[in-house]
Design a protein around this ligand. Structure first.
Ligand SMILES: Cc1cc2nc3c(=O)[nH]c(=O)nc-3n(C[C@H](O)[C@H](O)[C@H](O)COP(=O)(O)O)c2cc1C
Length: 187
């Protein structure tokens, strides 16, 4: 698939077919994600792949947090939609920053740089999946359950995002975008 076609055809997918993706396919997609550029080539990304039981545990943890927050009349964002996508997806890839909680001289600019690098890796992952005929959902609703997820996995690095991945079971219309003219200044 041509790069432009992959960029144009990618959508956030929230309904997936009940079809398992072989480990090899996910490994190839993560391998391509690691080709993304990163500030000082720090490659500030680590990936944890959840499938089947571990993926169900993630959905269960998030559902528990949503139930609790609802009881307390707290906001739950688009968590319920994200949990449905997690349940249906073949895999969920958690993305961590291994440095931000560890480096003693970590600062705001390093966080900005590493987060941009991680975003580049995630977008590369999304386009690689698109190229392989798979759908994806970039998920930050995991932040609602961040302490619970990190405690479950006993991880002390920083959870940055999750990506649900599987064969799409929907063809969403393109979501609207501001035209480039509206977001660009020429000086
Ligand atoms: C950083 C980031 C976080 C996102 N988090 C969520 C999420 O938690 N749940 C969700 O359903 N969609 C999430 N999305 C998907 C956006 O809602 C989606 O990209 C946007 O509406 C545009 O639609 P499109 O991706 O189909 O073009 C996220 C996207 C990004 C880039």
């Amino acid at each position: 698939m041509e790069t432009t076609a992959a960029i144009l055809q990618r959508r956030s997918i929230r309904k997936f077919q009940n079809t398992f993706i072989p480990r090899k396919m996910i490994e190839e997609i993560i391998d391509l994600a690691t080709k993304a550029p990163s500030g000082k080539n720090r490659q500030p990304w680590r990936f944890v792949v959840l499938q089947e039981q571990s993926k169900d545990t993630l959905a269960g943890i998030m559902s528990g947090v949503v139930a609790l927050r609802k009881q307390q009349s707290l906001d739950t964002g688009s968590c319920e939609l994200s949990i449905q996508a997690i349940k249906q997806a073949s895999a969920v890839i958690l993305v961590y920053n291994p440095f931000s909680h560890v480096e003693t001289d970590y600062n705001h600019y390093r966080l900005l740089t590493d987060t941009q690098s991680i975003g580049a890796a995630i977008q590369t992952m999304l386009l690689a999946a698109q190229n392989a005929g798979l759908g994806t959902l970039w998920i930050c609703d995991i932040f609602y359950a961040e302490p619970e997820i990190c405690a479950w996995l006993d991880r002390h690095d920083e959870l940055v995002a999750a990506v649900a991945i599987g064969f799409a079971d929907q063809e969403p219309y393109p979501r609207p975008r501001k035209g480039w003219e509206a977001v660009t200044e020429w000086l």
